[in-house]
Ligand binder design. Structure first.
Ligand code: DCP
Ligand code: CA
Length: 406
């Protein structure tokens, strides 16, 4: 069946949120990421700043040299995640077939919605209008019969664009574009392709599949399909919980290891409690850190055996944290911990060793007490010191971003 897929992406997202809050910044070269003397990189640049050659990922020092008159802003991540949630909520009003991708973009399956709005073009205009009226942000929309072409279209239409690729024209639409416009073509792939004399998506689409496979393995098939404007993947609403995570931004960037560990302990306990509540076991533990310059890293560890114990989540998190802090000396602005690769308990439980069994019993006893008396009714030694730092309520400490990601 022919589908109608929309890709919606906010323009210069971090910068636009700042401009919506402070209209004096509008129409000017603005950079979010930090002050120009910081070691960090540009997170988001306004289109006025891009005219000077600035782009995301460029060192702030270089950015200030190319465009000294730019306004440099540290940024405030909780503002962006709040705007992101509102953006996704607006989109969900238009179609339940919604797949959020990252913080400021989403795919929406609008198949059959034409009649509801008069036309697909009209529907896209109404989405853009609500985003502008309610959030003060501009969105670019690409529409096509599949996800990959819709994404390229929204990107090409930026800023504040709306581009529809007619059915049957996917291949000819993509053909003249540079290969780096194609999703999944990163720096490395681009380099290899250019080395082979392939510079446009059209040239890529004409490469024999066998040649692509010999250079890229199974990824060669993806490249072949994408370059030919083919993508059968569905818009998948995030239904089943695939991961559980908790994170928080600090009021002040910190290097204080005991404090970071105390926070990690608390977040691990929140993750563990939800994991047990959902009756799942996790196989992977992921630590997330954002440094003072906004660089964000994630470090993952796969457990030998799936587990749901606070202690296991925490211990794994601490190992990952210690390694990360040794490698990078900047202060930390955000810490988060998550579990993924969730499985049903089944028989694996019987195989847990006796110390793991004891942790399980303890966790469950604590869960029961917390359900009755509130999350902070029982605290492990480590988390006690958080009392003086985070506001405390019945249901736990009030973190900056209580449950950003699920
Ligand atoms: N981001 C970041 N570091 C990067 C890239 C992006 O912190 N290297 C953040 C800031 C962006 C947001 O993610 O505002 C969304 O990323 P996009 O790639 O969509 O970039 P923008 O929304 O800023 O610009 P565009 O108009 O090109 O979409
Ligand atoms: Ca964007």
């Amino acid at each position: 069946m022919a589908r109608t897929i929309m890709h919606i992406d906010l323009d210069a997202f971090f910068v636009s949120v700042e401009q919506a809050l402070n209209p004096e910044l509008k129409g000017k070269p603005v950079v979010v990421g930090g002050k120009p003397d910081h070691r960090g990189v540009v997170a988001s640049a306004s289109y006025e700043a891009r005219a000077f050659g600035l782009y995301a990922g460029m060192p702030l020092v270089t950015a200030s040299r190319l465009c000294p008159q730019a306004i440099f802003i540290e940024g405030n991540f909780s503002r962006y995640s709040e705007a992101s949630e509102k953006f996704m909520a607006i989109l969900a009003d238009f179609s339940p077939f919604l797949e959020p991708m990252g913080i400021d973009e989403a795919y929406l399956d609008a198949t059959g919605f034409e009649s509801l709005y008069g036309s697909i073009h009209q529907m896209a205009k109404e989405i853009k209008k609500r985003v502008r009226d309610e959030l003060g942000l501009s969105a670019s929309v690409g529409i096509a019969r599949n996800k990959v072409v819709a994404k390229v279209a929204s990107d090409l239409s930026k800023p504040d664009g709306l581009l529809i690729v007619a059915t049957g024209k996917e291949r000819s639409f993509l053909a003249p574009l540079a290969i780096d416009k194609l999703p999944r073509v990163g720096k490395k792939t681009e380099q290899i392709l250019r080395g082979l004399g392939i510079n446009t998506i059209g040239e890529l689409s004409n490469m024999p599949l066998s040649a692509l496979k010999s250079h890229f393995g199974v990824f060669g098939e993806v490249l072949h399909k994408f370059a030919n404007g083919i993508d059968d993947s569905e818009v998948k609403p995030p239904s089943e919980t695939k991961s559980i995570s908790r994170e928080t931004t600090f009021g002040k960037d910190t290097r204080d290891r005991p404090f970071l560990k105390a926070t990690l302990r608390y977040l691990s306990e929140r993750v563990g409690a939800e994991l047990r509540e959902r009756g799942k076991l996790a196989r992977c533990v992921t630590l997330k850190l954002r440094y003072a310059d906004f660089t964000t890293i994630t470090r993952r560890h796969t457990l030998k055996q799936s587990n749901d114990a606070d202690q296991t989540i925490f211990d794994t998190g601490v190992q990952l944290l210690n390694r990360a802090l040794t490698a990078q000396r900047q202060p930390v602005r955000l810490i988060g911990i998550g579990v993924s690769n969730l499985v049903e308990p089944k028989r694996q439980l019987d195989m847990l060793d006796s110390s793991a069994q004891r942790w399980r019993q303890l966790d469950r006893a604590i869960d029961r007490i917390r359900k009755k008396y509130g999350f902070t009714a029982i605290q492990t030694g480590r988390t006690l010191r958080l009392k003086d730092i985070f506001p405390e309520t019945e249901s736990g400490y009030t973190l900056q971003t209580p449950s950003l990601s699920r």
